[in-house]
Structure formats: structure tokens, C-alpha cells
Design a protein. Sequence first.
Lengths: 294, 242, 381
Amino acid sequence: MSEWLFRIVINGAMISALYALIAIGFTMIFGVGGVLNLAHGALIMAGAYVFLFLTRTIFLEAVALPVLVAVPLTVAVVAGLSYGLYVGLVRYVEDDVVITFLATVIVATALTELVLGTLGDQPYDFTVLAGTTAVLGTTVSYTELLGFVVSWFAIGLLWYYVTQTDGGRSILATSMSERGAHLTGVDVGSVRARTWLIAGGLAGTAGIFLVGGDPSATPLMWLHPLALAFIIVVIGGIGSIKGSIVAAYGIGYLETLTVELLGQGFRGILSLVVLVVVLLVLPQGLYGREFVHG
Amino acid sequence: MSLLSVEGLTKRFGGLVAVDDVSFAVEAGEIVGLIGPNGAGKSTVFDCLMGVHDVTAGEIRFDGAAITDWPTHRIVTHGMARVSQESNPIGRYSVAANIRLFTLPNSVFSFHGGASDAEIAEYAARVDLDGRLDERPGELPHADVRRLEIAKALATEPDLLLLDEPFAGMNQAEIRTLSEQIESFREAGTTIVVVDHNMGGLMDLVDRTLVLHNGRKLAAGEPDDIVANDAVQQAYLAGEGA
Amino acid sequence: MADAEGRAEGAEGAAAVLARSRSTLRTSVVRPVGSVATRLLEPLDRAASPAAAAFNRSLGQYFGTVTGLQLLVLITTVLALFAAPLWAPYIVGNYLYTLAIACVWAIFAMAWDVQSGYTGYISFGHSALSGAAGYATALLVVNVGPNLPLWVTIPVSVLAALVVGLVVGLPALRLQGPYFSLITFVAVLLFYRLTIGFSEFLGGETGFQEVQAFTYDPTLRFYYMLVPMLLVAVGLTFVARSNVGMVFVAIRENESAVAAAGLNPTAFKLWSFVMSAIPMGIGGVLLAHFSGNVTPSSFVVVNNSIEMIAMAVLGGIGSVLAPIGGAFLFVILRDEVLHGVGHSLRYFTLWMVVLAVLVFARDGVIRRLWHAIGAIGGDSE
């Protein structure tokens, strides 16, 4: 009995940590710019594929960086990609919610085609760190463990940035009141660009660890994390980092419990059902603001 | 029976009580003034009347029906319309089209109903807008945008018209003209409740006044009595003032 | 400090760069071309003016007004489409096939536009509607009998699309903007998973091949697609230009004003779904009978929803008819112009084109063309 309980606690924690990474970036972008970045899932996918590219011989036979180098490099690349997405596209259309919506969805689809075209649609497995260990009697892979640690490290880093540094505080201020921040001299455009950068970094990190096994990297993998990010952020409240973390763990544990009781096949469907239920009952989520028109 | 009867209306937003146990009645054919300093809860009362907010407590009866929980569109169809403090025109439509929207019947099967061009011109004429029917709201001066809002409300053929700060941003001449137009609405059969935070503008227009302060009903009576009322004077001096 | 200022300028600079590139394009390319075109086309506009005036007098209030040149362009296009089997075979490529496909997708693009473009509630799940119709047809054929007459299967399939539309729309429309879009997104994902998950009943990845194609004769098939498309266009234009369409637009522009006007926003939003689901069902039936195949990848996958949206964007969101042009543009680009290019690069290019339109011409290419045509002749603005 206790073995079963520990298994749920441990597995739930592992998956929730990743879900938190997925959700925070998404909610930050919305909180600061009012943009729902539908390309977020694609950025996560980018993280997975860039990491693959750097550590395995997909393209160039000679290039295979060690994990220690590949992880931060992947994070940086995806962060840059996200930043570029804002500065190169979203910046020009963010005045119109509908256009931005459509633009980010097209970007996501385009990125999928890019991956499909260059790498084909067969799934790639990879492990960040080989091997498993036992925690409280549950088998946990080193990858999952590392992912858990990295997730909390990233959250901690973000928390420090957002509460202790000027740059980070301006992001928090802008997400609470754009006009207020503008009036106190904050450069909203640069705040937004930085938020996209950070969100990209978080997404890239999530991508690396999300695909530590199952499901493996495929070009269509942008859909599920996006739906998840949306669900978590809706429950936790759009714009609220704290709320996203809480909701991520909630969803993570719910999923783990379901998988334990009902089997792997139900993993995807459950989160979709939860989303529908939550949207109908609690449109503002637990912590955040309602989405207001215009 | 009163046209509008409000009993124990209370509206709470989280910890903040915006409207606190307000009761009043409006008889058909009256022009009633609802005044109070900024933040007294006047617009919130209107929001509650129009079904924009769910009421925390209290009952609202209008024209024989208990409308407390009704959705906005149903209240409008029943005969109560409101002109908000902030103008809200549809920028891409002309003045005439804006008014036209408010004449459409509430039916998805009505493809070509609604008022005729002549009738729309008539609504516009009641606020002196009939010369501007083809212009866009963005091209109109402020006072005309406010008039468009009034024309839209009139187009729903209301029995009770709620006007929220109709005189804001207008000069003396415009205020006088609008007051006369409001009086003409009453003569045409519409009962009116006017909100303002300034007693002066309403003195000659209203039959009766209600004063709100901090969400509560402070005083009620004829305009002369209200102006002389000590408590009212205090509220205005202590609060944001006239 | 200087750095922050620089970045502030950068942010405002984005809008300025856009404006500058637009005006450069305008002065160096559009105006010269425009003035030549104007001089050539003005006489045509004048000649057609009486006909346009007659049209406007009689049908203008139902379908919108046109200038002389616009009427000419409209008539020419329709005639050219009807005459396609005469000229299409002379163009390198498979144009009769491509045009037929484009007609079906034009229906999808129009149907999407009348709901999403007009009310502003962007649906990502419209392929679930055409999918419902397609699968209904397939299921009827497979489970009930291959000889079911069309006058049975078609209404039932359209009804299926309507039912799915209401099932998705009823709960979804209580929500605002992006939440609504999210639920439609989820609906399509769920539909897809269902076809895979319940593959014994719903055919799985391979779907159904038992539906009978209308005909394999390219010419006849083209007309089978063209005529319904034109009928749908007329019907949806009627709806869009009526009071109902006005309310749809008002919902997008200012939903609280709609309620203040005594109109029930939710009822009208639902109605937009109904007005959209019916043509989606028709299109779904047409697509099913086009090739006889009903598979998840041709009907249900999210990509299909996004393609419909892309077509409407290219043409012009919120105008019902411009998406027809957008659909033709998209399909011809995809299946003819980019024919030699590999699948992924083809789509990547298409998405880049759509992005460019979103940034530089967000009201749509075809719509702009239509307005430009309308401007020739001087008395419009």
C-alpha cells in the first residue's frame, strides 16, 4: 500500500515539475503582453529537437556535444528563438488579439513543418542522463530526477530575478498594470521582449526533459504541451506564476493518479476533460484575472 | 404601483461594499436625480438595475416583473435602457447604423426587420443628431458622441431611461439644450433617472432627488430641501466635493 | 539609461518601420501600376455603371452594393469558373482537379468566416464539423448499406455537422475570446483521438474507403463542387449582409452594446455556429464524395482547421466572399505553383505567406483587391 502511495507521490512530483516549467512561461507572456502564445508548445518541441540535434548524430556525424554543454546551449537557443519570435513578428501584430492568435498558431504549424521536413516524422527517444535509481521504493530515472531538480532551480532563479532585480521587478509590475508600469518609466517593449526570452528558456528546458522517454519526440508534440499549458494556466489563473505552479502540481498529480488507476491510454484525454470542466465552472481560475476584451 | 421599485439593494465586490441596502421607488412620469460624490455607488446601482452585475442582496421590480436576476438584454426588451458614463459606440458603423442596431428585434430569424431609415432619423432628431447620420462616431465632437449614446437608448423605446452623467464634458449651452431634450423625453412618456455628481446641473430638471454616499442612501426629497440638507453638505465637503 | 531609451525607440520603431515599408511600396509600385490600370479600366467601369445601379437598386440591400467595374469582375469570374473545363486543360497542371478541390475548401473558408470572422470568436475546431458530416456519410454507407440514396445520407450528414456544432458551441459560447478558441481546439483534438481510440467503429488512421465518389469524370466532378459552392456563397452573403450579420459584427466590435440593444448575444453567437455548421456539413459531404475516402488526416486533423483559417485570412476575414478568393489562392499555390516542392517545404512556404499577409495586409489580399477595383471610377472612397 505505502509503495503504491510513494509511487504516486514521486511520479506525480516528477511530472508536475515539468508541467510547472511549461506553464510559467505561457502565463508570463500573457500577463505581460496580453498575448496567448499558441506557439508555446512549438517552442517546447524546439527544445526537444535542438537538444537531440546537439547531442546525437541526426545531422552531422561529427557533432555530438556532451549533455552538460548541450542543456544550457539548448535553453539559450530556444530562448533566442522565442525572443526572435517576439521581436520579429509578434511585436508588429500584438495590437490585435485575433491577429496575434492566428499568427502564433501559424508559427507553430510552420515550425512543425520545418521539423517534419528536415527530420521526418519518426519519433526519437533520448535520455538526458542514463540509468535509474530508487527513491522511496519507486523506480525513477536519472533524467526525471534531474528534470525535477532543474525545474525547481529554474523556478528559484526566476523568483529571484522577478523579486530582487530591477529588470525582473519591471516584468512583475508590467504584468500587474501596464499603464502603471509605463507611467513609472518602464520600457514596456523591452519588458515584453525579455519576458519572451525567459519564457523561451523555460520552454526549452521543459522540452529537453519532457521527452525523457515517453512520449518521444515527434513533430506533432506541440499540441499536447500547449493544451496542458493552457489548462494549467486557466486553472491557476492567467498571469499568475504562483497559481501556475500550484495548478501544475494539481494536474500532474491528477494525471499520475489516473494513469495508476486506469492505465496510460487515458493520460491525454483526462487533461482535456479537466480543462473543459474547469472552463465551464471557473473561468477566472484560482488566482488570476478574467480575460477581458480589448 | 411604482414603475421601478428597489428594495434593500446591496452589492459587494469581494471585501468592498459598493452599494449598501439602498431602497427607493420611481413613479411613472417622474424625472428623478441620483446624486452623490465620486465613488458613492451611483453607477453601480445602475449596473445592478441593468443586470450587468449579480446582486448580492435585495430585490428589483420593474413594470410588474421581478428583474433582479434577469440578463441585460431581457431587461432592455422589457423597457429599461441605460446610457453609460463612458461612450461605447461601434466605430466602424455610421451614426445611423449604430442607432439601427438598437432597433433590431431580438430574433435570430429576423433578417430584415428593425426600424426604417425615417424612424432612425427621428430618433436622431430627438437629440439633434439628424444632420450627422452618415458620419462615423470617430468624426463626431464629444457632445455628439454622448448624444448618440442617448439616441441609441431611445431607439429601444424604453419606459424607463437611466442616464449616467449625461452632462459630463459639456458646456453650459449644451447642458441647457440637453436638459430641454430630457424634459421632452418625459413629455413623450419616458420616465427618467439621471445620475450626476453635481447638484447644480440637475436643479431645474428633476422632480425629486436621492443622495448616495459611500454606497448608502443619505437623503431623499425635493431639490431645494436636499441642497439645504446639512448631512448632504458635509458629504460633499468631506468627500471629493462638487 | 541610454540603453533603455534605445530599446524604447526600438519598440516604437517597429510600427514606424512597418509604416515606412508600406508607404515605399505604395509610391514605387502600387501607385504607378494603379494609375495605368485606372486609365485602362475606367471606361469599363462607366460602361457597366447602369447595370451596377440596377443591381444595387434591386438586390443591393440583400447582398451589398457594387460599382460597375466590381460587377464586371464578379460576372467575369463566375463565367470563367463555369467555363473552366474549356480553358483549364490548356494550363500546365491538373487545374480541373485543383479548382474542384478549391471549391470545396472555399465552402469551408466561407463557413468559418461567417462564424469566426464575423463574431470574432475564433474557432480552431471547424474541421470537427466537416469531419462529422464526412464520417456520418461513411458510417451510414458502411453500417447501413452502400445503396442508401443521396437524399438520405446528405441531410443526415449535414445534421450531424449541426449537432456537433451545437454540442461544441453551447458550452463554449458562454466563455470569452481565447477560452472559447481553446475549447474548439480541444474539440478537434478529442475528435481525432476518438477516431483513433475507437478504430473498430470509426475506422482508425486508415478511415473508410467505401463512400461512393460522385463521379470520376473531372469535368462533371468540377461542376458538382462548383454549383454548391456558389449556392453557399449566395446564401451566406445573404445572411452576412442582413441584420443577423450586423449583429454578428456588433458582437465582435462591442458585445456589451449588443446586450444593451436588447439582443441576446449568446443566442446570436449560437446562431452563427448554426449558420456555419450547415455549409461545413455540405462541404464535408462534398469532400467525402469527391474521392470516396474519409480519413482522419483529410477531415479531422487540426491542420485542416488551420488551413481553412489561412484561406480566410488570405482572402479577407469578415467578408464571406473574400475567403473564396483566399481558398483559390491557397489551393492553387499549394497544389500547382508549389507542386514540384516537397510536402513540408510547400506548407512552410504557405505559412510564411500567410504570416506576411497577417503582418502587412491583415484585412486580406482579395479584399484589398476588391476595394482597389471599387476605387476605380472615382466616386467611391
